[in-house]
Design a protein around this ligand. Structure first.
Ligand code: GTP
Ligand code: MG
Length: 219
């Protein structure tokens, strides 16, 4: 049997670090792009469409668990091909219309490639989950190579984020005990999602009305 040397182990560790770094660079690049969009938008329209952004890298452990679950090939290429959310960015917007403004601005950047889009706002999940998901390929330039790195961007309102965070907590607590969530609770979660959506629509309408009043006053 071939024995692994300390050097093999070091090389393997370096390869993992290098692999993960490309995803971190892609997130850094995307954060800068979004920051530029926001600053320019704010300058032109005197209003910021983004409440906050948050980025995260999946840990090697959780990549490993997901790969096992999905049955992907255990290699860097296999991981890259089967796990699209190693790098994730969440953009929380003020209003539903802002979600599409931001998404269209990203889609119009010629060096970004949109690999996939799921509009859970127009088509919510059966449990009520809403968000716009984009899989975006970002070019990353390194010392000796250029790579196209996929990141998952979730764009949602504060109300959608509030619902998703709490739903995750409630569901996770149940699943830790491997229990099925009771139907009554699922119904209530769905009602809560509908209430969050109603609030989003109301705030959007108020925002639009106030914009009209502001314009009339400035005429
Ligand atoms: P994954 O294999 O979990 O990544 O699912 P997928 O490839 O079908 O992707 P999808 O776009 O449906 O969801 C990806 C991510 O969206 C998840 O990792 C969560 O962050 C979020 N998400 C999707 N559905 C739900 C949901 O019902 N509740 C909450 N809280 N988050 C969700
Ligand atoms: Mg995921």
């Amino acid at each position: 049997m071939n024995q692994l040397s300390i050097n093999d182990l070091k090389n393997f560790k370096n390869e993992i670090t290098r692999f993960m770094m490309t995803y971190k660079f892609a997130l850094d690049a995307m954060e800068t792009r979004v920051e530029i969009l926001v600053q320019e938008f704010e300058m032109l329209h005197e209003y910021n469409p983004i409440e906050h952004t948050k980025s995260r890298l999946k840990s090697p452990e959780s990549i490993f668990h997901k790969l096992n679950r999905k049955g992907g090939d255990i290699s860097f290429t296999g991981i890259r091909d089967s796990i699209k959310d190693i790098a994730g960015m969440r953009i929380t917007c003020s209003f539903i219309s802002d979600i599409y403004v931001i998404s269209n601005m990203l889609k119009n950047q010629s060096d970004l490639k949109i690999l996939g889009e799921k509009d859970y706002i127009k088509h919510p999940k059966p449990n009520g989950y809403q968000s716009l998901h984009l899989l975006i390929e970002v070019p990353v330039h390194m010392s000796d190579r250029q790579e196209s790195v996929c990141i998952e961007v979730q764009i949602r309102t504060i109300a959608m984020d509030f619902w998703a965070s709490l739903e995750h907590k409630i569901y996770y607590k149940f699943n830790q005990g491997n229990q099925a969530v009771p139907g009554r609770l699922l119904d209530e979660l769905k009602q809560a999602a509908a209430a969050a959506y109603a609030l989003d629509l109301q705030m959007e309408r108020l925002h639009a009305e106030i914009e009209v009043i502001k314009e009339e006053q400035s005429d």
